[in-house]
Design a protein around this ligand. Structure first.
Ligand SMILES: [Zn+2]
Length: 263
């Protein structure tokens, strides 16, 4: 245990050498731009893998980065991050070699409460069973379920009322914001390489079918309603009706590759 205190002193001195005012500044307030939802796995420490100092990320972690609507801890974190801290981005980070996802691939009772928790990952498998059942290689199936779990948890974030309300609010006050917030980023980390990468998934396509079921808020501007509802795109590009088919291209031109993936 002394290791922790000794290491803390070393780290403290290093940080103060880099930025003598860091702790004085952090004592008064926090102003993070990101909410990070990640796995509790010890190999995936968010600030370390992103090379960011304290104060950069508002963080919640659990086994296999699950966004569960009745997890009071997680939902409270999202509420505070979005409504009070007003984070600009929400990162949902999964990782390859995730033990939680591997456990959900086993037909084994891991006993309560762990097995209850893992069941929501089994549900992700069920939603994508057509694709996953085709993958015969065990490791490839594991990696793909890690990715699909991140996508489904990103969808769960879009479903939350705070996130939808804030996105509509920032759209309606768009002269004050560069993009609709919070923008949601499904990403995956590879402990074998140390690389963090955006998932190759178009959230626009994923959300399209879900809007009639989960969308709670609509922007008042009827012309833009389809694009800027609570589960809509983050781009502020002014679209004409004719441009709707070119949505992805237009977003790509304006806000870059990562943003297209994240909306
Ligand atoms: Zn994990």
């Amino acid at each position: 245990m002394n290791e922790l205190f000794w290491q803390n002193q070393q780290w403290r001195q290093t940080e103060m050498k880099k930025d003598p005012q860091i702790f004085k500044r952090l004592a008064s307030k926090q102003n993070p731009r990101y909410l990070w939802i990640g796995c509790a796995d010890s190999r995936v420490p968010p600030e370390t893998i992103c090379g960011l100092p304290p104060g950069s990320l508002f963080v919640t972690r659990n086994i296999a980065n699950v966004v569960n609507n009745i997890d009071v801890s997680l939902v409270s974190v999202v509420q505070y991050a979005v409504m009070v801290l007003k984070v600009e981005h929400i990162v949902i980070c999964g990782h390859y070699n995730c033990g939680g996802v591997a456990a959900a691939l086993e037909l084994t009772d891991h006993s309560a409460p762990l097995e209850n928790w893992l069941r929501s990952i089994r549900d992700v498998y069920r939603l994508h069973s057509v694709e996953l059942d085709r993958i015969k290689d065990k490791n490839s199936k594991w990696r793909r379920l890690v990715e699909l779990n991140v996508v489904e948890q990103a969808v769960n974030i879009y479903k939350t009322r705070f996130v939808q309300a804030r996105r509509v609010e920032t759209y309606q006050r768009r002269s004050e914001f560069a993009f609709i917030q919070p923008r949601i980023h499904p990403v995956v980390y590879d402990p074998a390489t140390g690389e963090l990468k955006p998932l190759d998934v178009e959230m626009h396509d994923v959300l399209q079918k879900l809007r009639p079921i989960y969308n709670l808020y609509k922007a008042t501007d009827d012309d833009d309603e389809l694009l800027f509802e609570g589960m809509g795109a983050s781009s502020m590009v002014p679209f004409e009706d004719d441009d709707f088919d070119d949505l992805d291209d237009d977003i790509g031109d304006n806000i870059g590759n990562v943003t297209v993936r994240s909306l």
